[in-house]
Design a protein around this ligand. Structure first.
Ligand SMILES: [Zn+2]
Length: 323
């Protein structure tokens, strides 16, 4: 766990937590809310470090407690996330059992629950009961990307801290500093708010191939070539495993570049993600036509959710686009 980005991008949260700690005003239940990529989990571990650190300048990052937190192996921090998109009552019950057990180590205990809005009603009720009975040395931190969906009974029990929106240019700069091509950096910043996730995607391979395939298909659409053939010849890698997420990404990025063509026609150049690629296209002026193409892509994206024949879906999409 690395806190440097969190400390840089969420200064008001750092300050709030540190001041509360110094003035002995930390509460036992926090709800961290903010968009994906706003580093709420890092903040939760930072708060745990503040509570557990035995060094002078808390959190020192050096003491045994800080080290164990950084490595993600602290035995008194309990982390829960949804299983199959749901937080179940059994997970909360397990947590409660851990907390009621006399642990081998004395001291502060912290639990962190990601995506608390995905808790079932019975899980939420167990959690509320647990929060009420929690001892003085125990702290709970709940995280959410969807505050309106969190039960109001839970919200009223916690101190809510809102995280700042992510600054897209900052993310783009971070990629560029790591030696990533400007256009790729802009595309990644549209796919995820979290630069670490973006870098991970590059390491996993595929994403660069997907972006390349999108560019080839888009060019083929603009030049009115036989786009399905281009796709068919170049897309083998997309079908290598049975993972729909790559198809999802392909269509999302195809939609992105098609939106860019619309921005170009409208003269809103500052909105364009694929600047370098779009510049090379011949001038287009038929907004309606590009808009219809975009609609076909969005329809195809909708169909991806179902159990469909992907070959057929792509063929249909490209045929309709070129019509
Ligand atoms: Zn420390």
């Amino acid at each position: 766990m690395d806190f440097s980005r969190f400390k840089k991008t969420q200064k008001h949260v750092v300050q709030l937590l540190e001041n509360s700690y110094k003035k002995n005003r930390l509460v036992h239940g926090y709800l961290f809310e903010g968009a994906k990529g706003t580093l709420k989990l890092e903040a939760a571990y930072y708060l745990a470090s503040l509570l557990m650190c035995t060094g002078d300048n808390k959190p020192c990052g050096e003491c045994l407690e800080c080290q164990r937190i950084k490595k993600g192996i602290h035995p008194r921090i309990f982390y829960i996330e949804p299983i199959q998109d749901t937080i179940r009552k059994e997970q909360i019950d397990d947590l409660e059992r851990e907390f009621s057990r006399k642990s081998l180590e004395e001291g502060v205990r912290v639990f962190i629950i990601k995506d608390i809005e995905k808790a079932t009603l019975s899980a939420s009720n167990s959690l509320l009961k647990f929060l009420e009975e929690m001892g003085d040395d125990n702290y709970g931190i709940l995280l959410t990307e969807a505050l309106p969906n969190v039960l109001s009974t839970i919200k009223s029990r916690m101190q809510i801290i809102s995280f700042s929106k992510v600054d897209r240019q900052e993310i783009i700069d971070e990629y560029i500093n790591k030696g990533i091509d400007k256009e790729i950096a802009r595309v990644l910043s549209r796919i995820t708010n979290d630069p670490n996730e973006g870098l991970q995607m590059i390491n996993d391979g595929k994403i660069l191939d997907i972006i390349d395939l999108v560019k080839k298909c888009s060019e083929s659409i603009v030049l009115k070539k036989r786009t399905f053939l281009t796709f068919y010849e170049e897309s083998k890698f997309l079908f290598e495993n049975n993972d729909k997420k790559y198809h999802q990404l392909f269509i999302d990025i195809l939609i992105l570049i098609t939106n860019d063509r619309l921005y170009k026609i409208l003269g809103q150049d500052e909105e364009i993600t694929f600047k370098e690629t779009i510049e090379k296209y011949p001038l287009e002026d038929d907004y309606q036509k590009v808009f219809k193409q975009l609609e076909k892509m969005i329809e195809a994206k909708g169909r991806l959710k179902y159990n469909i024949n992907l070959d057929l879906m792509y063929m249909q999409m490209f045929v309709e686009i070129m019509r």
